[in-house]
Write a new protein. Sequence first.
Length: 272
Amino acid sequence: MIHAAHGIVHGVTDVKIIDLWHRAAQSYETVVPYFEVMGERMVELAALQPGERVLDIACGKGASLIPAARAVGPAGVAVGIDIVSQMAEIAREALQAAGLTHAEARVMDGEDMSFLDDSFDVALCGAGLAFVGMRPGLTEIARVLRPGGRMLASAPTGGGPQWNFFSELVSRFGLAPIPLDIPSSEQMDELFEEAGLRDRVVHHESFHVDFPDEEAWWSWAWSHGQRWFLEQLSPQDAEAFKQAAFEHLRGFKTAEGIPLDQGYMVVSAIAH
């Protein structure tokens, strides 16, 4: 059992970002497998052992939490947290459906976690550390990990030059950037060191997925962080943005669909 140390506080996480994910929750990860691919690979790299205690921060619908719970087995403990209540509820239902009774999902802010120090052997964060807040997030991860505990976090790194059209359209339509906390590589080293997370290793990974057609991609764009930009558009501009995007997509569409070769990285470190 994992015990709480203090009450849940939402810290400095941007309310607009939280609301965004509330609106995206129902369609999140329903179009093509994306975050679950990264989640399963991160769990493989974590080399989880039966009986270990694992925490998944910004767990979403359970892309990392479910394979992590399976890896540690009934002798272990798997806890997922997400500040978005709808995400935590969906993850909870998925755990129950999978019969993973030793796992749970809670509503909690990754910047101010209500766990005692040294509560976990492993902490995971799948494509969510920038949303949590890098400095407070890393500090909290180091606090709840036992000395020698492992931390792994993933982040998308790009889908190839043919996908640059989205950022070009964002610029053309004058859309405000999403307020993410993304430090440089040098700053990342400093932040990890300050938090007490050392021996940092970066694993570069990739996977392939095909969107069935342009409409499937459009639905997918609304199901995750890109929704931030699309919600800024008026109905007229949204249609213009959509048609411009579809024109680009048709330029590299194949018989199998619209290909995405998604690059991502998994960063690992050890708590000291």
